[in-house]
Design a binder for this molecule. Structure first.
Ligand code: CTP
Ligand code: MG
Length: 234
C-alpha cells in the first residue's frame, strides 16, 4: 500500500536505454553510484515512496544481467524494452496489464533519476488518487532560455517555464489507451503525460526536486555523488 493513499501503487521503471551520452561500458541503468546501480537505487526510491510491485524494462540481450543486478529485491519483474523510450513504456505497461486492473495507479519512472526523494513519489501518487488524469513533478527553470528559429532568436519568459521530471503518474487503463492512441496516430511524444494529453485529458503539476536530476552525462554522476554524500552526512 502507498503511504499517502489507500490504493496500491505500482511502478514501471524504464531502464532499456544504452546511455550513449554517458558513454559507459555498460547500459546506463547498471552504472554504479555510491556502489549501487542506478536501476537498483531507482527501485528503492520508488519503494521509499510507497510503491509495491515494480516492472523494469531492460536493453535487448541484457535481461539476465539485470536480473542478477536486482537479486534480492522482492516483487520486481524485468522485461525487454524497445527502440525508443515510448516503446519501452508500452511494453512495460503490457506486463503490468497482465497482473493489474485498469484503475491501478502506475508511476512511470526513469531509471536515470535514482535520487528522486520519497515526497515527490508520494505527491505524484496522491494527485492521481485524488482524481488527476495524470500527474508530473516539475521544477522552475533557472537559466535564461532563448528560442531559436530561422529568423534569429528571442528570449522566452522563464518564469512561465517548468522542467519536467519523473515519476509520472496515471491509472493503468488510461496510460495504455494514451500510448495506443499515440502509436495509431504516429505521434511523437516526449513523456507519458503528453501521451495522456493527446486524449484531451488534463495534467496536474506537483513540486519536483533538484535531487531528481537525470543522469545524462558524466557531470550528472559527479553531482549525484555530491547529493548522496550530503544525505549520508545529514
Ligand atoms: N529508456 C528506455 N528505452 C529506450 C530509451 C530509453 O527504457 N529505448 C529509458 C532509459 O533507460 C532512461 C530513460 O528512458 O532510464 C530516459 O532516457 P535517457 O536518459 O535518454 O537514457 P538513454 O536513452 O539510455 O541515454 P542516451 O539518450 O544518452 O542514449
Ligand atoms: Mg535517450
Amino acid at each position: 500500500m502507498n503511504n499517502s493513499t489507500e490504493e496500491p501503487v505500482v511502478a514501471l521503471v524504464v531502464a532499456a536505454g544504452s546511455g550513449s551520452r554517458l558513454g559507459a561500458s555498460v547500459p546506463k541503468a547498471l552504472v554504479e553510484l555510491g556502489g549501487m546501480s542506478l536501476v537498483r537505487r531507482s527501485i528503492l526510491a520508488m519503494r521509499a515512496g510507497g510503491v509495491g510491485h515494480v516492472v523494469i524494462t531492460t536493453p535487448e540481450g541484457c535481461l539476465p544481467t539485470f536480473e542478477t543486478a536486482l537479486a534480492g529485491l522482492d516483487d520486481v519483474v524485468c522485461t525487454v524494452g524497445g527502440a525508443e523510450r515510448q516503446d519501452s513504456v508500452r511494453l512495460g505497461l503490457d506486463v503490468l496489464w497482465e497482473r493489474f486492473g485498469p484503475e491501478t495507479i502506475v508511476l512511470i519512472h526513469d531509471a536515470a533519476r535514482p535520487l528522486v526523494p520519497p515526497q515527490v513519489v508520494t505527491a505524484v501518487a496522491y494527485a492521481v488518487a485524488d482524481g488527476a488524469d495524470a500527474a508530473i513533478p516539475v521544477i522552475p527553470v533557472h537559466d535564461s532560455i532563448r528560442q531559436v528559429g530561422d529568423d534569429g532568436s528571442r528570449i522566452v519568459d522563464r518564469d512561465a517555464l517548468r522542467a519536467v521530471q519523473t515519476p509520472q503518474g496515471a491509472r493503468l487503463g488510461l496510460l495504455r489507451d494514451a500510448h495506443d492512441h499515440v502509436v495509431r496516430r504516429g505521434l511523437v511524444i516526449t513523456d507519458d503525460a503528453s501521451a495522456i494529453e493527446t486524449l484531451g485529458r488534463q495534467v496536474v503539476l506537483v513540486p519536483g526536486h533538484h535531487d531528481a536530476l537525470k543522469i545524462t552525462e558524466q557531470l550528472d554522476l559527479t553531482l549525484a555523488q555530491v547529493i548522496l554524500d550530503g544525505r549520508s552526512r545529514a
